[in-house]
Design a protein around this ligand. Structure first.
Ligand SMILES: Cc1ncc(C[n+]2csc(CCOP(=O)(O)OP(=O)(O)O)c2C)c(N)n1
Ligand SMILES: [Mg+2]
Length: 803
């Protein structure tokens, strides 16, 4: 007799036996998928395979204690677990391997990720939350090793918030914070900084996080002796072990092939994390890789004969089987019989997945062949076109590239012809692209009605006698309004709690809203971002504060790889509408004057990037984003907190729209485009230009991503016929992006009478001090002279050479 952890009912031996047999069935099924999966790659049906063989048995033990509402954040070895919680069928496993671009078939990513990258659906087809407490959840995997760690922290922290913060509607997300966030990571990937950063942060925060380390002694070909001090991660992390005096971790070490010991370990871990909100680390050792790392390469190249022989013997399924036989759970014959039946089931599942994958392609192929043949019949180039049709028809298992490229090449033979068959072919190509392209390109952002672009502008309102206050007071009072309006909103970052951020934009709010909602964080930008991401994935409204834009680079990898791709890689079935708050642009010196916006915007497509020129605009962006389900970064102007702004009356309610530019000065001679702190210099220079008769129009971009959705800038260029983009980023950075948008996307080139210009910073980082700034970034004189030079070229009589 023993106790079923899910029901706490006593189990009979028969129940016990059948549960073990069911576990064995799942393990064997998973193993067969790995074996057959590798063959599918080697025979060319799939492009790449990475499988969970050798890691099956611990995942069975884990699945037993994984409850509804819990979250996984793991990596590519976890197929057995996904099968055991009922989130992955054999057919879906193979659909993922083939890259079936249809969520019905590959619910993990609709073919967008390579196989072995798992996830469940937190959102329905309309982008609305499902009830996450009634299902077993997996956040969507990414490939960069250890990249799953920061988000894991946030997934765990959400339970703590739901348990302790009052007033939040928890219906879809939590039952008293009882949910555990479970992570997995390979032994070699624990070498990454993100692993250590997350481990430390979870120990500090004391959140219900259980991290399993699948230790097979290798990271591809590189042995543990090159990866881990003492070749033993739990040994070197022993200092994290909690004791009677101090909080910390519970650390458990267990052999990966010992089924009963694993079950005990996972029950213990689940209990400690769930009840006590104490993080747990399970170091699962003596695991193997029966087929080596992945389909690219073979492990015989780097493992010794002895190691390979040991891996055969200690294969976790072989050991489980041995244990079952030794404990009379089943006979050898019974298990052989099961193995045989499972082999067939997996083959059948694989075939069903392949048939489903190729069926639409074959139909599309037929359609295309008949269109191309019809074109051949109507064309003077019949022979050439028919060859294209015949070649396409001869492909046994076509892909869409074959189909569309044949159809598009056909057009080249009929450029000079005009007949109904050609029109029909053109129409077919257009509608094919219209139907198929979204399979590969949809959902970079939310496509739901909550998408940020649907949020309408609400202008700030002012009393007649509106007070002029420091900008930081506007942003502070707006945050106050936000935290009182949304009980699920919270902010955290370095110095964000007790002192209310380094510029006092959160002054006094911790006393009012508590230490959990207005929180100090350690100096660890990647996991601050991860906290935000994980909590947003569980329905909270986190604002993750990165103290200075200069330090966003530490979080940028996670922003780029994880946050920016989340909606896309789940085809809209997961979201993390975290708001990243930071402050940047010119102030003082190399690391407090960052405006590396080109670097940011080029790496975070999938996150909105907003660059408000003052605190009222910034506050309006926060208010917009809190109503939306997209992630965004807001860069406040570091030198704007002490500048005077009028205090609006509708704090928390006015909204700055995304992707809308603002003309802050009208003019006829040239359009000056800029954003953020630089605008103040542009405004100053334009006043001086006015004095010499040059009438500049100034446009504040406000929002780099999305960019000028109404194409207002081209309208200005149509009027002025001249364009200059002024930016404190390096040349080729954000200014190049802006210029490309205006010249190419908005077609402004046709209205230009002068060469379009960019005026940017020097290629080095800004030197310290006022002179450092003056000689490193565009100054008011630089702007004046650059604009003047344009006008000199146009009209040297009125504007004689200045310098
Ligand atoms: C950041 C990063 N670097 C390198 C890789 C390439 N890579 C993929 S898996 C892997 C080894 C991981 O080994 P381990 O963490 O022990 O997991 P295992 O595959 O052994 O289960 C490497 C180097 C990657 N995916 N991400
Ligand atoms: Mg490994």
């Amino acid at each position: 007799m023993r106790t079923d952890p899910n029901t706490t009912k006593e189990m009979t031996f028969e129940d016990f036996r059948s549960e073990i047999l069911q576990d064995y069935r799942i393990a064997r099924t998973s193993r067969e998928c790995s074996l057959l999966g590798r063959r599918e790659v080697l025979t060319g049906k799939a492009k790449f395979g990475i499988f969970g063989d050798g890691k099956e048995v611990p995942q069975l033990a884990w699945a037993k204690v994984f409850k509804n509402g819990d979250f996984r954040s793991g990596y590519y070895r976890d197929q057995t677990f996904m099968m055991a919680i009922g989130a992955l069928t054999v057919q879906q496993f193979f659909a993922g391997l083939y890259g079936h671009p249809d969520l019905e078939h590959d619910p993990m990513s609709a073919g967008r990720q390579m196989g072995g990258h798992f996830g469940t659906h937190s959102l329905d087809a309309d982008g609305n939350w499902k009830n996450l407490t009634e299902q077993k959840n997996s956040s969507a995997d990414i490939s960069p090793t250890a990249g799953q760690m920061p988000r894991l922290l946030g997934l765990a922290q959400a339970s703590k918030i739901y348990r302790h913060v009052k007033g939040i509607d928890t219906t879809n997300f939590s039952k008293n914070g009882n949910e555990v966030a479970w992570g997995t990571i390979g032994n070699a990937s624990t070498s990454e900084g993100l692993f250590f950063e997350t481990i430390n942060a979870a120990g500090v925060l004391q959140v219900p996080m259980v991290i399993s380390i699948w230790d097979d002694e290798y990271g591809i070909s590189v042995h543990a002796r090159h990866q881990t001090t003492k070749e033993n991660i739990s040994e070197i992390l022993k200092g994290f072990q909690r004791d009677n005096e101090q909080k910390g971790y519970e650390i458990i070490k267990v052999k990966g092939w010992d089924y009963p010991e694993l079950i005990e370990a996972y029950q213990k871990a689940s209990h400690i994390a769930r009840e006590e909100h104490v993080p747990v680390m399970i170091h699962v050792v003596e695991l193997t890789q029966p087929q080596g790392h992945s389909t690219s390469g073979s492990h015989e190249r780097y493992k010794s004969e002895d190691r390979l022989a040991w891996e055969m013997e200690y294969d976790c399924i072989a050991q489980m089987r041995k244990w079952m036989l030794g404990n009379n759970i089943a006979s050898e014959e019974k298990l052989d019989e099961m193995d045989k039946a499972i082999k067939k089931e997996v083959r059948d599942g694989k075939k069903a997945a392949w048939d489903a994958f190729v069926l639409p392609l074959k139909n599309e192929q037929k359609e295309a062949v008949s269109m191309i043949n019809a074109m051949a019949d109507a064309s003077i180039n019949k022979v050439f076109i028919q060859k294209l049709a015949n070649d396409l028809a001869a492909i046994g298992e076509p892909i869409r590239k074959d189909i569309l490229s044949a159809a598009r090449k056909t057009l080249r033979y009929v450029v000079a012809e005009n007949n109904p068959a050609k029109q029909a072919l053109l129409n077919w190509i257009d509608s094919y692209i219209e139907n198929i392209q979204p399979k590969y390109s949809s959902h970079l952002f939310s496509q739901s009605k909550h998408g940020a672009l649907h949020i309408k502008e609400v202008r700030p309102t002012y009393d007649n006698a509106a007070e002029e206050v420091d900008g930081r007071v506007v942003i502070r009072d707006n945050f106050d309004a936000i935290f009182s309006k949304y009980p699920e909103a919270l902010v955290f970052g370095e110095d964000a709690g007790h002192i209310g951020d380094v510029n006092q934009g959160l002054e006094g709010l911790q006393e009012k809203y508590g230490e959990l909602r207005i929180a100090d964080a350690g100096i660890r930008e990647a996991t601050i971002l991860g906290q935000g991401m994980g909590m947003a994935m569980r329905g909270l409204k986190p604002i993750a504060e990165i103290q200075y834009l200069d330090y966003i680079l530490y979080a940028l990898q996670i922003m780029s790889d994880d946050l920016a791709t989340l909606q896309y890689r789940t085809q809209g079935r997961q979201k993390a509408p975290v708001i990243i708050r930071t402050r940047g642009h010119r102030l003082e010196g190399i690391w407090h004057s960052g405006s590396q916006m080109g670097g940011v915007i080029n790496l975070v497509r999938g996150i909105h990037v907003l660059v408000p020129r003052n605190m009222t605009k910034a506050a309006g962006f926060y208010n917009t984003l809190l109503e939306s389900d997209d992630p965004a970064i807001i860069v406040e102007c570091l030198n704007g907190y002490r500048l005077k702004e009028k205090m609006p009356t509708n704090l928390g309610a006015f909204k700055t729209p995304l992707g809308v530019v603002e003309t802050i000065k009208e003019g006829n001679d040239i359009t000056l485009v800029s954003y953020g702190s630089t605008l103040r210099l542009v405004e100053q220079a334009s006043k001086e230009l006015q004095e010499v008769g040059i009438d500049a129009e100034i446009i504040d971009v406000q929002s780099l991503l999305p960019f000028d959705l109404n194409h207002d800038i081209v309208k200005s260029v149509e009027k002025t016929n001249r364009l200059m983009v002024i930016d404190e980023d390096v040349s080729g950075g954000a200014s190049a992006f802006i210029l490309n948008e205006i010249i190419n996307t908005q077609n402004a080139y046709q209205y230009l009478d002068s060469q379009p210009q960019t005026l940017t910073a020097k290629p080095h980082r800004p030197a310290y001090g006022t002179d450092g700034d003056y000689f490193s970034k565009p100054s008011a004189e630089d702007i004046f002279e650059a604009v003047y030079a344009v006008m000199h070229e146009v009209n040297p009589a009125d504007y004689p050479k200045l310098r």
